[in-house]
Design a protein around this ligand. Structure first.
Ligand SMILES: [Zn+2]
Ligand SMILES: [Zn+2]
Length: 911
């Protein structure tokens, strides 16, 4: 028997087959969709081409082939609960696809599909089935064209062609937008694969319930644009979009009954088995944990390689949940030590040749996994015990569902993600209220939007620009690729104003104060991307017509279209006028300094903190740069200074920047850093810094200084946290850094002048001053209590007589309770019989003390009752012994009024 092809070979055969047929290989885009905030993860091969179908992006090729990394763990396509429990579901998977953007159509697509399956891969023709679209409501025309093409394929059995309706064979991107019929190819694996043979009513068929027929390839023909629920218009350009589940075709070609039995998973499963030491029979009896661990190790390795580390929010939460879920399944196999890194290492070995990001980030991947498992182990035991108690409670109260709030508490305090809680509950026949969990989490703002599958489709806005583009191309005012973009070229020349757009419509001229968009055949202004803000400046008349438009921003409203957004500040610009653009050079220079410094900062963080400190966000503005990166804890002052020094060292070395264009794959292979969440073209611009040793190498479309020395000076102004596991640095460069340094030095200078010291002695001087100040304050306190004591001595002399007894009632300035107590003692020493009520203010609040001599207690007086009565007036209370009691209050302004209560009390109570 022939040797089975490996998964790697099958992937490559698919790609090579389509390259031979004129397709360009397009590397997989990141799992984090570029420029699409509505989608949590890339979940299909077409995500990176979505804008091409929508007409807002164009590519240098019209035929493409790719193998795309996908993840489905949230939102509409959520297979997580199935993962590990059956043979076919995965969180991470690969999608193979061939694409035609207005190029070939149904005939080529179907013919090539048949050739690849039957000639290259030699699948038996009589086992293949095809479906095509036939609307069950007869509203959309039947796809006869596809059906006829199928019947022409050599050796295709006409009885194996079946029509299906909207649900199975019509594909739509969203409620509106591009859509069309599709044709699916299924394989009949034979009656032994039917898993419903026990059901006497069951009949095996295509799109049926059992596992005998397997869909292996879907070819979508995008030929309509859906405007509304009922309106479908044909597209001028038709496209082909195909998708083949990689794991599935590998299982078919390797002749195994489960995706997990292919060589895409077995190496990881064997690694786990080696760790558990179980025999093959034991492994087969415990299949679910093995499958979950293999799947999740693969998914998390790819996630971390794309910069998604475990954390509390959004995508990072998903990564955390997957690591912890795998760790919990590991516990079931007796794996109590961190093990995910060992399994992920196999993933990097198996997949790293094709997906080089796994190799480049291998240490970051392994470290992140181990750190996350260790963190989980600290709390998981308590969490599982807590959950056990909840289970007993559910049983006792005869409930079937754990409420979401409790599930959330398990996550918040013990780090048990909802998905783990659900696993465990299900194992015991219970459910969890997921909605309640999400609500509780939302309330705690820990997770952020999984969002809709896709955002709004381009509105009519796009149409104005695409129409404009079409007519300008027809009249040769613009060439095929649209507006020429040359932000790296400093030399400008006069160009024609091709269009002025005001209030969303083209106008022939505009007047002072009008807000307009200006379309030129060429622009030198940088358009915001990769964190770098757009240029500003002005457009002026170049043929003596005396008008000026102030440009405040830039916009790309459609593919091939770039417009200058601004306001007419002088004159009357007209369509057809000659114009000269003037970029604000000073601002641009500051931006360039900050951009190059950002690259140096990124490299310095890697050097000082480690490879895991990868970019998570960036802003390059004229006045500052902001850089977010992965790092689990706050930086120490030493680390901050080391990073700052690294950057300044590179500035002083005055390296010349090497800026080159090259194919994406070549740059990646050379180790250039690509940023996740960015969309890259086939040809990329690379920025390399460093001479003998390369300091920094990034893919970047931004504008940069020529030599690092142009940056001048780099100062970090802020380091802090923006989310769990993500830190932020802000910094300044060039003139702004000089200003900041000058400002701080001026402050120091003024302080020195004032103190009469040299800078080196300033700190000592301040310490000395602070010390003598605190000594002086202590002395003041001592003197103040002395004064109070002296004042009291005088007051002691003038007691009043009420009902024949000596009474002293007085408000003393600035005495605390201890001082009052001392004075009460003095009173009793001087007067063998009498009543004293001494009050004061302590930190603005009234305090008081009452003293009654023993003989007067015998006559019915009580210090506790007295003080309570007096304190009542100032909004307070208190109490104590009959001879001595104290109280506090709220309103010090009523103290003198309160003292009147002393006489009242004595009159009422003295016997
Ligand atoms: Zn069946
Ligand atoms: Zn850059």
């Amino acid at each position: 028997m022939q040797e089975k092809p490996t998964g790697t070979e099958i992937r490559q055969e698919f790609i090579d087959f389509f390259i031979e047929h004129g397709h360009t290989f397009v590397p997989s885009s990141s799992l984090v969709p570029g420029g699409d905030s509505t989608l949590l993860f890339t979940n299909a091969g077409m995500v990176q081409f979505k804008d091409v179908f929508l007409g807002t992006d164009q590519r240098p090729y019209s035929r493409a082939v790719n193998a795309q990394k996908c993840l489905r763990v949230s939102g509409k396509h959520n297979d997580l609960e199935q993962v590990g429990r059956d043979n076919t579901h995965h969180t991470f998977f690969e999608m193979l696809g061939n694409w035609s953007f207005g190029d070939y159509y149904k005939k080529e697509a179907i013919t090539w599909a048949w050739q690849l399956l039957t000639e290259v891969w030699k699948l038996p023709k009589d086992r293949l089935w095809a479906t095509y679209f036939k609307d069950e409501y007869n509203e959309i025309p039947e796809d006869r064209e596809a059906a006829e093409i199928w019947l022409e394929q050599p050796g295709f059995n006409p009885d194996h062609l079946l029509p299906f309706g909207l649900k199975d064979n019509f594909w739509e991107m969203a409620d509106t937008g591009p859509c069309g019929p599709d044709t699916e190819i299924h394989i009949d694996r034979g009656p032994e694969f039917c898993n419903m043979q026990d059901d006497p009513n069951h009949v095996c068929h295509v799109n049926g319930e059992c596992e005998r027929f397997l869909e292996i390839w879907n070819n979508v023909f995008i030929q309509y644009n859906r405007l509304s629920e009922t309106e479908l218009v044909p597209l001028k350009k038709t496209h082909v979009d195909t998708g083949m589940g990689f794991e599935r075709i590998v299982s078919v070609l390797q002749g195994v009954p489960s995706n997990y039995k292919t060589d895409l998973f077995m190496p990881m499963i064997r690694r786990v088995q080696k760790l558990t030491g179980q025999k093959d029979t034991e492994r087969e009896a415990n299949l679910t944990p093995y499958r979950v661990i293999a799947d999740h190790a693969r998914a998390t390795a790819f996630l971390i390689a794309d910069g998604v580390v475990p954390g509390n929010i959004g995508r990072n939460y998903i990564c955390r949940m997957l690591v912890r879920r795998a760790a919990r399944f590991g516990m079931k196999l007796g794996l109590d030590e961190p093990f995910m890194a060992k399994v992920a290492k196999v993933v990097a070995d198996e997949y790293g040749d094709f997906y080089s990001e796994l190799k480049r980030n291998q240490s970051a991947i392994l470290d992140s996994l181990t750190r996350e498992e260790e963190q989980f182990q600290k709390t998981v035991k308590a969490g599982l015990e807590q959950l056990d108690e909840l289970l007993i409670e559910l049983e006792k109260t005869n409930k079937k569902v754990l409420d979401g709030e409790r599930a959330f508490e398990l996550y918040a305090t013990h780090g048990l993600p909802l998905e783990i809680t659900r696993d465990i509950l299900q194992e015991h026949g219970f459910e969890v209220d997921s909605k309640g969990f999400q609500d509780a989490m939302e309330a705690h703002r820990l997770i952020s939007g999984a969002g809709k599958e896709f955002g709004e489709m381009g509105g009519e806005d796009v149409e104005i620009y695409t129409n404009l583009l079409t007519s300008l191309r027809e009249s040769d005012k613009l060439d095929k690729s649209g507006v020429s973009y040359t932000p790296y070229n400093a030399v400008t020349e006069p160009v024609e104003v091709l269009a002025l757009i005001k209030d969303g419509a083209p106008v022939d001229s505009a007047g002072k104060g009008d807000h307009v968009e200006v379309l030129l055949p060429k622009t030198w202004f940088y358009v915001e991307s990769g964190g770098q803000v757009s240029d500003t400046g002005q457009i002026v008349s170049a043929d003596g017509k005396d008008w000026t438009i102030r440009v405040t921003g830039m916009r790309k409203p459609a593919a091939g279209m770039i417009v200058h957004v601004g306001e007419v500040v002088m004159g009357q610009p007209k369509k057809g006028d000659l114009a000269l653009v003037q970029v604000d050079e000073d601002r641009r220079t500051q931006i360039m300094r900050n951009h190059t410094a950002t690259h140096l900062l990124h490299a310095a963080l890697h050097k000082v903190l480690g490879e895991h400190a990868r970019q998570a966000g960036s802003l390059v503005a004229p006045d500052r740069l902001r850089f977010d990166f992965n790092h689990p804890k706050s930086m120490t002052q030493e680390e901050i200074l080391a990073v700052e020094a690294e950057v300044n060292r590179a500035i002083l070395a005055n390296y010349t920047l090497q800026i080159m264009e090259k194919p994406l794959q070549e740059a990646i292979d050379e180790g250039a850093m690509a940023l996740f969440g960015e969309k890259y073209q086939a040809e990329v611009r690379t920025i390399s810094i460093g001479e003998e040793e390369r300091l920094s190498y990034e893919l970047c479309g931004g504008t940069h200084v020529d030599e690092t020395g142009d940056i001048g000076l780099f100062l970090i102004t802020y380091e802090g946290s923006i989310a769990s596991g993500i830190r932020r640095i802000e910094a300044v460069t060039g003139w702004r850094a000089y200003e900041l340094a000058r400002e701080r030095m001026n402050i120091l200078h003024d302080a020195n002048e004032f103190l009469g010291t040299a800078p080196a002695e300033t700190m000592q001087k301040i310490k000395n001053l602070t010390e003598s100040l605190s000594n002086a304050e202590k002395e003041i306190d001592r003197l103040r209590s002395q004064l109070v004591a002296n004042a009291f001595d005088e007051k002691l002399e003038d007691c009043e007589e009420i009902q024949g007894i000596q009474v002293l009632k007085t408000v003393l300035p600035d005495a605390d309770m201890d001082a009052l107590r001392e004075m009460a003692d003095k009173f009793r020493q001087k007067y063998k019989s009498g009543v004293a009520l001494l009050a004061s203010r302590s930190s603005g609040k009234p305090i008081m003390i009452a003293s009654v001599t023993e003989d007067l207690v015998q006559r019915g007086l009580h210090a506790g009752e007295l003080v309570k009565k007096v304190a009542g007036v100032v909004g307070g209370g208190g109490g104590g012994r009959p001879t001595l009691a104290q109280a506090g209050g709220k309103d010090a302004s009523k103290l003198s009024e309160a003292l009147d209560q002393v006489a009242v009390y004595i009159r009422d109570n003295l016997k």
